[in-house]
Design a protein around this ligand. Structure first.
Ligand code: FMN
Length: 195
């Protein structure tokens, strides 16, 4: 879909609460990470649809063991942005953060389940004309050795058994991104029958 037309149409659809009617093949091409946001809040119905996408995502053994914390408190967003040393500062200016959690003891596929839920939310947000960015938290932390998990648990009162996979920053983007370039896809990484 043409870039400008696609953007116009999706914004129009969002304004008038219509389905964007973006074909999935176009949606996957349009989705890019956004790290700059306006101060506009996310419409509660849009947020509900985004979380609905997570709750409808497939899980190992149908466990649906993930947990999500939606954060719109500015002070807490700032604290979460400081949970690791690199690549998370822009969270301070997001309208909302969705913290994706799993219990590694209860669910050996907590990373996979959380990842699928996260990308499902990212595509739903994209379809609503909203911007997202995955902020990695699993295995990340501060220079002094503090794990991101420790910071996040403290800020959001998360039980000890839950680990944070990632935080999705969300909002109305201001950083225009080009759709994925068709001619830069790594088709050489796809193998037929044998590697
Ligand atoms: C597992 C994973 C971890 C990521 N961690 C971060 C992060 O911590 N901070 C960040 O700004 N972007 C992060 N990203 C976003 C990537 O940088 C981004 O998806 C990649 O550069 C491709 O750009 P695109 O999403 O615009 O296509 C992460 C993405 C994935 C899938």
């Amino acid at each position: 879909m043409d870039d400008d037309f696609g953007k116009f149409f999706r914004n129009f659809a969002r304004k008038y609460k219509l389905s964007s009617m973006t074909a999935f093949k176009d949606l996957v091409q349009m989705r890019r990470s956004h790290r700059k946001f306006t101060e506009e809040e996310i419409d509660p119905e849009d947020l509900r649809l985004i979380l609905r996408a997570a709750l409808m995502s497939p899980t190992s053994k149908g466990q649906r063991a993930w947990q999500f914390v939606v954060v719109d408190d500015k002070l807490d967003l700032e604290k979460l942005a400081d949970a690791k040393n690199l690549g998370s500062q822009f969270l301070k200016d997001a309208a909302v953060a969705v913290v994706v959690l799993g219990d590694p003891v209860q669910n050996d596929c907590w990373v996979e389940d959380g990842s699928i839920a996260a990308i499902s939310m990212q595509y739903q947000a994209e379809d609503l004309g909203l911007g997202t960015c995955w902020i990695q938290m699993r295995g990340r932390g501060l220079d002094d050795g503090t794990a991101a998990d420790t910071v996040i648990r403290g800020v959001l009162d998360i039980p000890e058994n839950m680990n944070c996979l990632c935080i999705l920053a969300m909002g109305h983007w201001t950083d225009e991104r080009k759709p994925q370039a068709e001619d830069r896809l790594k088709w050489e990484n796809v193998h037929l029958n044998k590697f």
